[in-house]
Ligand binder design. Structure first.
Ligand SMILES: [Zn+2]
Ligand SMILES: [Zn+2]
Length: 291
């Protein structure tokens, strides 16, 4: 088994809570070319908006509109799949395609979660607010269970709507079959709902609907113990949040660590998980955050 852990090769960045955000490289200069200065890349202090402004947990009409649009695009894909399956009499292929969509959605959420946990910052175009929100989630994870449904889902719902509508238009123009619509609808639906699955993974078992608890225990939805491992040291595992089925393989084979090493040695950019494991990623207790 190879070892790609950065801790054995790179010294940790010392803790300075109020330093400006900046990429910091501590590897010997002969080993790696001087890295580009990349503000925001490494250290970050997310804003504790959810605690100091409880209204930030509520859904707005714009959140609800995006979630409705996301659902409409997903349900439209699935309806086209059902209609095409009824026409062709083929059921097995669309069901298999839907299953593949569900499995790949888990992998997709893992890759996306890893990327925004580790790279960029609040000022990163397009993804800045998501990056800050996820870093805030590591510090104050319980707040996700208090977010209203559309508040929690609107960012992914907007991405899903903007991606699915053109994909479906292309499929329609190309005479897409039941399987392709089933794949797109299921994959997009699981990605959109992944933040709800994530919220359920943080909820107390006694507060979960019985069906959700059963699906978590069956491994259909990401389980609470599996996701809890993401919030413990070394804070760089269990990124997938649909079913979590990919987590064991991705972590066993150190896939993300390999990608981090590749990015570091190619572009000189350190992921946050190499240097923030002792401070910014650490969960604060709810009592400690009370004003
Ligand atoms: Zn995370
Ligand atoms: Zn979480």
């Amino acid at each position: 088994m190879y070892t790609l852990t950065p801790y054995s090769r790179l010294s940790r960045v010392p803790r300075h809570h109020h330093r400006p955000c900046r990429a910091t490289i501590s590897t010997h200069p002969s080993a790696v070319a001087a890295p580009p200065r990349l503000d925001d890349v490494t250290r970050m202090s997310p804003t504790n908006v959810a605690i100091h402004d409880p209204s930030s947990l509520r859904s707005t009409w714009s959140h609800r509109a995006w979630v409705a649009t996301g659902f409409a695009s997903v349900l439209s894909s699935l309806a086209k799949s059902v209609a095409a399956a009824a026409d062709s009499g083929s059921v097995v292929e669309p069901l298999l395609a839907a299953y593949v969509g569900y499995i790949l959605a888990d992998l997709g959420t893992g890759i996306y979660h890893w990327a925004i946990d580790n790279y960029g910052g609040p000022s990163t175009p397009v993804f800045g607010s998501q990056i800050e929100a996820f870093q805030g989630h590591h510090r104050w994870p319980w707040t996700i269970t208090r977010r209203q449904f559309a508040n929690n889902l609107h960012a992914l719902a907007r991405s899903v709507a903007l991606a699915v509508l053109p994909i479906e238009a292309l499929l329609y123009a190309g005479g897409g079959d039941a399987a392709s619509h089933a794949f797109v609808g299921t994959c997009a639906g699981c990605v959109m709902l992944s933040q709800q699955f994530h919220a359920w993974a943080h909820e107390k078992r006694s507060r979960l609907p019985a069906a959700v608890a059963a699906l978590q225990e069956a491994g259909v939805l990401v389980s609470r113990p599996s996701h809890a491992a993401h919030h413990r040291e070394p804070y760089n595992t269990n990124y997938c949040i649909v079913s979590g089925v990919w987590n064991a393989a991705l972590d066993r084979w150190k896939v993300f660590e390999a990608a981090e090493m590749l990015i570091f040695f190619r572009f000189g950019v350190r992921p946050r998980s190499w240097s923030e494991t002792q401070s910014e990623w650490r969960e604060e207790t709810e009592a400690a955050t009370k004003p």
